[in-house]
Ligand binder design. Structure first.
Ligand code: AMP
Ligand code: ZN
Length: 119
């Protein structure tokens, strides 16, 4: 994917980001428009469009993303009060950047899971 993908460019160091954790296979950095006191994005360094493609394509890398998210949650002091981890996927999910990323949100009560009741 490379130069066409915003998050590949962050991995490549071409666009700055506030990195909070890096492993051989993953990168965690602060969201540029935080929706909570802690809002970190966790991505695989390798390009996959979304969580469905990643989970189908590389189970070990999927586990790496989750493990990095859990480690950041601990670093940020979120384990006691809790946090939310979510993958917006596709148009109904509101995905805007098509390089899979987990949103790690915490630091305050996050309210209902959805803004509206759709059932
Ligand atoms: P999504 O709607 O799930 O695709 O989320 C994309 C997220 O990426 C949004 O929360 C944006 O605020 C965030 N974002 C966009 N550009 C950057 C950037 N350069 N650095 C950090 N976060 C970004
Ligand atoms: Zn990418």
């Amino acid at each position: 994917m490379g130069s066409d993908c915003l998050f590949c460019r962050i991995v490549a160091g071409e666009i700055p980001a506030t990195v909070v954790r890096e492993t051989d296979t993953t990168l965690a950095f602060r969201d540029i428009g935080p929706k909570a006191p802690v809002h970190v994005l966790v991505i695989p360094k390798e390009h996959y469009a979304d969580i469905a493609t990643l989970a189908e394509g590389d189970r070990a890398l999927t586990a790496d993303v989750l493990a990095t998210a859990a480690a950041v949650a601990e670093d940020e002091g979120l384990l006691g009060d809790g946090f939310r981890l979510m993958f917006n996927t596709g148009p109904y999910g509101g995905q805007e950047v098509f390089h899979v990323h987990a949103h790690l949100l915490g630091g305050a009560p996050l309210g209902p899971m959805l803004a509206r009741d759709l059932a």
